[in-house]
Design a protein around this ligand. Structure first.
Ligand SMILES: NC(=O)c1ccc[n+]([C@@H]2O[C@H](COP(=O)([O-])OP(=O)(O)OC[C@H]3O[C@@H](n4cnc5c(N)ncnc54)[C@H](OP(=O)(O)O)[C@@H]3O)[C@@H](O)[C@H]2O)c1
Length: 238
């Protein structure tokens, strides 16, 4: 299609790229000819060509700086940031442990801030830069049993909207991608509160990656501020 921008030759840094949505985005970007810096605590490179896997806890600003620097050192530049790393713990508000509170704010919110901080100096040198934040439907509405997770996701949405205001005139497009339920490993560990029985009705990680690639391939004369997508098993109001 004429209006669709090619991604061939671009360089992307993706956080939380070892599994789930981040890995699906990494595979689809790689298939589109993008070189990828893949950050996660495990540092998995997914066996992709033109990929560097970097061990990085996004809750630690210095580690994020180093992971972005390693990507730029390997590929020479940065055009795309996908701030995706995230964790969740669900349950009644008073039952969320202080450790899970810290983790959700540190990884989801501060981790996104740190990723933009680290990537932006390079993105500003790109002729066509994008920041895509993997927020959530939980960043657009309040869900019972998800208060702290929602707080972290509303924070990401607010951050990305504000960055759009600051960066549009400098050529950096900023987009919130806000999915409902996606069938991944997310929040399935003991004590994190997601019931695995809900997974079959949910979207796939590739459904979300399709949307990320749609956002990234739009003509440079506009940007998509926010996309919300939900599985057919979820109502739009609940
Ligand atoms: N699944 C859903 O229903 C859903 C819905 C809406 C939005 N989201 C959002 O989408 C994003 C991805 O979720 P997912 O479903 O793909 O989750 P996932 O399958 O659990 O994958 C999470 C990814 O983040 C990485 N990660 C976790 N903590 C990290 C840290 N401290 N530093 C660096 N990397 C870290 C994990 O790798 P390591 O373990 O190797 O570090 C993994 O690659 C999250 O922001 C989530 O909030 C998910």
């Amino acid at each position: 299609m004429e209006h669709v921008n090619t991604l061939e030759g671009k360089i992307a840094f993706i956080t939380g790229a070892s599994r789930g949505i981040g890995a699906a985005v990494a595979r689809q970007l790689s298939a589109a000819g993008v070189s990828v810096g893949l950050a996660s605590r495990s540092g998995d490179d997914l066996g992709l060509p033109d990929a560097i896997g970097v061990q990085c806890n996004v809750a630690d600003a210095a580690q994020v700086d180093a992971a972005v620097a390693a990507t730029v050192e390997r590929f020479g530049q940065l055009d795309i940031l996908v701030a995706n790393a995230g964790v969740g713990a669900y349950g009644p508000f008073l039952e969320i442990s202080p450790e899970h509170v810290d983790e959700m704010i540190d990884v989801n919110l501060k981790g996104t801030i740190y990723a933009v901080r680290a990537a932006l100096p390079y993105l500003l040198k790109s002729a066509a830069a994008d920041v895509v934040t993997l927020a959530s439907e939980a960043g657009r509405r309040g869900f019972p049993g998800e208060a702290v997770y929602c707080a972290s996701k509303f924070g990401q949405v607010g951050l990305t909207r504000a960055l759009d205001g600051e960066l549009r005139e400098r050529g950096v497009r900023c987009t919130n991608v806000c999915p409902g339920g996606v069938a991944t490993d997310f929040a399935l560990d003991d004590g994190r509160g997601r019931n695995p029985e809900v997974l079959p009705g949910m979207m796939t990680a590739d459904d979300v990656a399709d949307v990320v690639l749609f956002v990234l391939t739009r003509s440079r004369n506009h940007r998509i501020l926010e996309t919300a997508l939900r599985p057919m098993s979820e109502a739009s109001w609940g």
